[in-house]
Design a protein around this ligand. Sequence first.
Ligand code: PMP
Length: 293
Amino acid sequence: FDKIDGVIWYDGRLVPWADANVHVLTHGLHYASCVFEGERAYGGTVFKSTEHSERLKASANILDFEIPWSVAEIDAAKQFVIDKNNLPDAYLRPIAWRGSEMMGVSAPSNTIHLAIAAWDWPSYFDPAEKLKGIRMGMAEYRRPDPATTPAMAKASGLYMICTISKHKAERAGYADAMMLDWQGRVAECTGANIFFIKDGTIHTPIADCFLPGITRATAIDLARRRGIEVIERRIKPEELDGFTECFITGTAAEVTPVSEIANWKFTPGKICEQLMADYTAEVQPKGKAAAAA
Ligand code: PMP
C-alpha cells in the first residue's frame, strides 16, 4: 500500500501509517484467525457504523475470539480515525486478529489485536456513466457449504476464493465475477451481493451461505420504501435469461448496475437508476441532509 501519511488506530493507540506492522508469526496470518470490515464515511460520518462494529464483533466470536473493545468503543475509534486524518469521504478497514505468542493451530490465549485504517475515497460518480453497467464473468469457485465454513463471518480466510476468482475475471477483461453457491445456485460476487429485476420485482438470493451485506439490507429497505417488491429466493443460473436488470450492492460498490454476466445481457433501467439515487441520498449524514433539504 503506497499511502504513507496519516495515522492508524492500533490497539488503542494512533500510530504512523508506516509503523502499523505485525510479526511474521502472527496466528492470523498463518491460520486465518482474522476478521475485518469494509466501511465508508460520507461527509465525515461512518455509514451504518454500529451495524459494522456489531458484525465485526460477531465475526470474531464465530472464529472463537473476543475483540477486547466494545461496539461503542469501536464506533468511537473509527470516528477518531476519520477526524484525526481529516478524511470526510473515506473507506475504513477495521481488522481484528490473533497475535503471535503461540504458533500452532491451537492458540487460545494469544493476544487479540484490533486496527482501524482509513483512506480517502470519494464516492462521486456520473450516474449516466454508471448506468452503462459493469461486465462480469463467472467465478471458478463456488461459495462453500455453510456446514464446512463459518459462512456468516466476514473472515479473511473466506476471501481466498474471492481473490482467485476476481483476478481471473479481471484478466479476462471483466470487472468482477459472479459466484454460485455450493449447490450451483446464484450466490453473490467476490465482494458484493447481487440482485435481479423482472416485471418490476426484485429477486435476490437467500443469504444463507454468504455474507448478508449491510448494503444489501439497505437496498432491500430502499426498494420496499418505494413500494417495489423484493423476493429473497433460490435463483438458478439458467433463470438469468428471464431478468431484464441486474445490480450489485456493497460498501465499495454501493449500488452498481450490471450489463453482462458471461453470456447473459441486462439493460440497467429505471429501478437501478432509482436505487442508485436513493442510496446516494441515504448515505448522507442525517443532520446535513436535513439541513440541505
Ligand atoms: N459479499 C462479500 C463477499 C463482500 O466482501 C461484501 C463486502 N463487505 C459484501 C458481500 C457486501 O457487504 P456490505 O454491503 O456489508 O459491504
